[in-house]
Design a protein around this ligand. Structure first.
Ligand code: ADP
Length: 167
């Protein structure tokens, strides 16, 4: 069951040729984004920087996804985006979050059926904390991506802890 031994009729058990490292990699690469993703926390583009910051505290997240009607992805706003917008100003209720967010098409995303390993690679190599999980609905406008989930470094860390239990 660990994959180190394989069985064939009349031959019996034999060494599969796979070392534990290869087996672990195979196991990890089979886990899909949909199995570990969290609920996305979304706001509209006209929400103020102040309200976006309050939402981050209330929802206990570090990134918000900005969506248009129908839940279609427009952008991402991080803690530091809000901090930068707040430096030296006091009118945070007047600045819409759409002004400070990172916008499509520069958003790095994954789909529910992507391997979670790909999501982890994107988080590490693109140096971001969160990825919107998106789907392009067949009946929706072409090119529009609906936000259906969220993958963060926390999801990956949690998965790492679960895998480490070896159950
Ligand atoms: P922080 O800025 O709080 O350290 P991030 O590292 O996630 O958080 O964000 C860094 C920058 O990248 C921010 O300007 C943010 O808007 C942007 N960003 C965050 N997530 C994504 C993403 N999935 N795709 C593209 N840009 C992103």
């Amino acid at each position: 069951m660990a994959g180190i031994l394989d069985a064939r009729p009349r031959v019996g058990y034999f060494y599969s040729g796979k070392n534990p490292g290869t087996l672990l990699a195979e196991r990890i690469r089979k886990i899909l984004v949909r199995e570990v993703m969290s609920v996305p926390i979304v706001v509209g583009e006209n929400v103020s920087v102040y309200d976006a910051a309050v939402t981050m505290f209330l929802e206990d997240v570090g990134s918000l996804f900005i969506v248009k009607e129908g839940g279609f992805l427009e952008g991402v706003v991080s803690r530091k985006d809000l901090l930068k917008a707040a430096l030296g100003r006091t009118d945070l209720q007047k600045i819409p979050v759409g002004v400070v967010m990172t916008r499509r098409p520069n958003i790095i995303t994954v789909t529910p059926d992507d391997p979670v390993y790909l999501a982890a690679q994107k988080l590490v190599y693109q140096e971001v904390d969160a990825l919107p999980v998106v789907e392009e609905p067949a009946d929706g406008p072409p090119g529009k991506l609906r936000v259906v989930g969220r993958i963060t470094k926390t999801n990956i860390t949690r998965l790492f802890v679960e895998l480490g239990k070896g159950e």
